[in-house]
Ligand binder design. Structure first.
Ligand code: SF4
Length: 392
């Protein structure tokens, strides 16, 4: 696990005089975020003028904390930097031709502005278009094109009313932008109203603040809110083992002390984490800080993001690698979200090679084939792939 050493950020001349007190204040991180390529140019000390045309389409942003995770600032292929540094591929018409700004029809399946009702029992409740970091691979990249703004109270009230009037809704996913960039009083308003609706049993907050600004969870006001809302789950989004730091560990401890579980969704991203050993490290690091790996998503067909897509089979290969190496707790569900709002499909390696009324031929995590009696599970035959090839 990466350890964020004391005063680590002081290697940046811009923040050399920042006190620990300020650095660990989540609001300071947001106030002092990097919002332009020219700021990045200054920090990285390289010419990024060729990317200005990308910035005109998709905005740039990162917290100082997240940038401080980059080990070598001169390495533009660094997995952290690649998640925040614009690329010309984002606006290349050929690369992005097959992408859509709203592949899941979130805006179409929206009975009330800001709210998407795609599955019968769940709704997506979008509260802001603001994020403290603008991830280049964001599946909701269309928000980069809108102005940065939190919804107004009247808009929240209309969304809450819709949920109150539809008892079929059991679960609300609060998302954005990033909901945890909202001030506590707005969050309190939303959480209190949703919690009081009896048919809403689960409230999930989808946030990347734990990754890019974990000091958010050092805020007593927020922790008190989490403590009060017993329907709450936090779902976060770590993509690389370097993102799991000691600061994150402390933040998770704070969240768990409020009785709120923490799950993680990773997106499979070409050139960032499409490697079985990187995902293995990530899953181990997450478990170590008590975050349960939940989903590994195949990258969505979003315009501006298509260059991050791998072959769909890559995720299955990674899952095959994990099985037998990492405990079941650390193995996420690999899934593809079908375009057009048709839902998520889990993709798994094929462990059942053959099936009859009498037996099943299974593949073990070490690649052995095992034939078992279907009724009593007795092993009928058991040999490795190499032995099988020799027999042929
Ligand atoms: S924080 Fe989340 S919503 Fe914001 S840009 Fe990153 S992935 Fe998208």
């Amino acid at each position: 696990m990466r350890v964020l050493k004391k005063d680590y950020w002081k290697r940046f001349p811009q923040w050399a005089d920042v006190s620990k007190w300020d650095w660990e204040d989540w609001k300071w991180q947001i106030r002092n975020r990097i919002r332009s390529l020219s700021q990045l140019e200054e920090i990285l000390g390289i010419d990024l003028s060729h990317l200005k045309k990308v910035e005109k389409v998709f905005r740039t942003g990162t917290t100082p904390y997240y940038l401080s995770l980059v080990k070598d600032l001169s390495d533009l292929n660094n997995p952290i930097l690649k998640q925040i540094l614009p690329s010309c591929k984002e606006i290349d018409p050929q690369i992005q031709a097959e992408g859509s700004f709203d592949p899941f029809k979130e805006e179409v399946m929206s009975p009330v502005k800001g709210l998407t009702h795609r599955y019968p029992d769940r709704v997506l409740f979008r509260v802001t278009t603001f994020c403290s970091v603008y991830c280049r691979h964001c599946m909701r990249k269309r928000i980069f094109l809108e102005e940065e703004r939190a919804n107004r109270y009247e808009e929240y009230i209309r969304m809450i009313e819709y949920i109150r009037n539809n008892p079929i809704i059991k679960e609300v996913l609060i998302s954005g932008g990033d909901p945890l960039t909202l001030p506590n009083r707005k969050l309190e308003f939303i959480l209190e109203h949703l919690s009081r609706i009896e048919h809403v049993k689960i409230i999930r907050i989808g946030t990347r603040e734990l990754v890019v600004n974990p000091y958010r969870f050092f805020d007593d006001g927020l922790l008190e809110l989490l403590d009060r809302c017993d329907k709450l789950w936090i779902v976060t989004h770590f993509n690389h083992p370097d993102e799991v730091t000691d600061v994150v560990k402390k933040a998770v401890r704070n969240i768990l002390s409020t009785g709120t579980p923490v799950l993680n969704q990773t997106v499979l991203l070409k050139g960032i984490n499409d490697d079985p050993y990187i995902i293995e490290d990530l899953m181990r690091n997450l478990l170590q800080v008590k975050i349960k790996p939940y989903y590994l998503f195949y990258c969505d067909p979003t315009k501006g993001v298509m260059h991050f897509r791998t072959d769909i089979k890559r995720g299955i290969e990674i899952l095959e690698h994990l099985r037998g190496k990492v405990s079941g707790m650390g193995i996420p569900v690999y899934a593809v979200d079908l375009p057009g709002g048709l839902g998520k499909v889990p993709l798994t390696p094929d462990y059942v090679l053959e099936e009859t009324k009498e037996y099943l031929l299974l593949k073990s995590p070490e690649g052995k084939t095992v034939k078992i009696n279907r009724l009593n599970f007795d092993i009928i035959d058991n040999h490795t792939k190499e032995q099988e090839d020799l027999c042929l």
